[in-house]
Design a protein around this ligand. Structure first.
Ligand SMILES: [Zn+2]
Ligand SMILES: [Zn+2]
Length: 154
C-alpha cells in the first residue's frame, strides 16, 4: 500500500499535517488550560464518587496551572524549528511551526529547565515513573493508617 493511502498514525506536523519529526513544548493557551483543569476536576469528582466512604476522603494535588503544564507541538522535517529552540519551552502564543518563520519561531522561549534534583533514594513505580522514595516518617504514617483501617492486623 502506498504511504499516501495509509491512515494517519502518530503525531502530525502542526503546519502541514505531515509526519512529525521534531517535538517541542509550549505553554497552554487559556482555553487549553481550562480544558486541562476541567479534565482534572472531572477525574477528581469521579475518584471522590468511587471512594470508599468508610475511608478518609482522597486528597488531590493542586490543579494544573500554566506554569507547570506544557503542550506538545510537532513539526515535520520542513517545518521543524532549530533543535536548540526545540529543547526549550515556548510561549502559549508561539506560532511555530509557521511556514514563514521556520526554523525560527516568533516567541522568546523560556530558559532551559533546571536539571532534575539529585540525591536521595528513588523508587520506580509500576508505571515506570521514577519518583523520590517515601521518607521513613511517611512509611510509618502509612503503616499506622493500615492498622487503623484493619484492627486485626495490629
Ligand atoms: Zn510540515
Ligand atoms: Zn516559540
Amino acid at each position: 500500500m502506498p504511504d499516501l493511502m495509509k491512515p494517519p498514525t502518530g503525531p502530525r506536523c502542526g503546519s502541514c499535517g505531515g509526519p512529525a519529526l521534531v517535538q517541542w513544548r509550549r505553554r497552554p493557551t487559556d482555553n487549553e488550560l481550562a480544558n486541562l483543569v476541567a479534565i482534572e476536576q472531572a477525574r477528581q469528582a469521579e475518584a471522590l464518587s468511587l471512594a470508599d466512604q468508610s475511608q478518609p476522603a482522597p486528597t488531590f494535588g493542586p490543579l494544573p496551572t500554566a506554569g507547570d503544564t506544557t503542550i506538545a507541538v510537532f513539526g515535520c522535517a520542513e517545518h521543524a524549528i532549530h533543535l536548540e529552540a526545540a529543547a526549550r519551552v515556548h510561549a502559549a502564543d508561539c506560532s511555530a511551526p509557521h511556514p514563514d518563520h521556520v526554523p525560527d519561531c516568533d516567541c522568546e522561549p523560556e530558559p532551559h529547565p533546571a536539571p532534575e534534583p539529585r540525591g536521595g533514594p528513588m523508587v520506580t513505580l509500576p508505571t515506570g515513573w521514577r519518583v523520590p522514595a517515601p521518607s521513613v516518617d511517611e512509611l510509618q504514617a502509612f503503616g499506622q493508617s493500615i492498622k487503623q483501617a484493619d484492627p486485626a492486623a495490629s
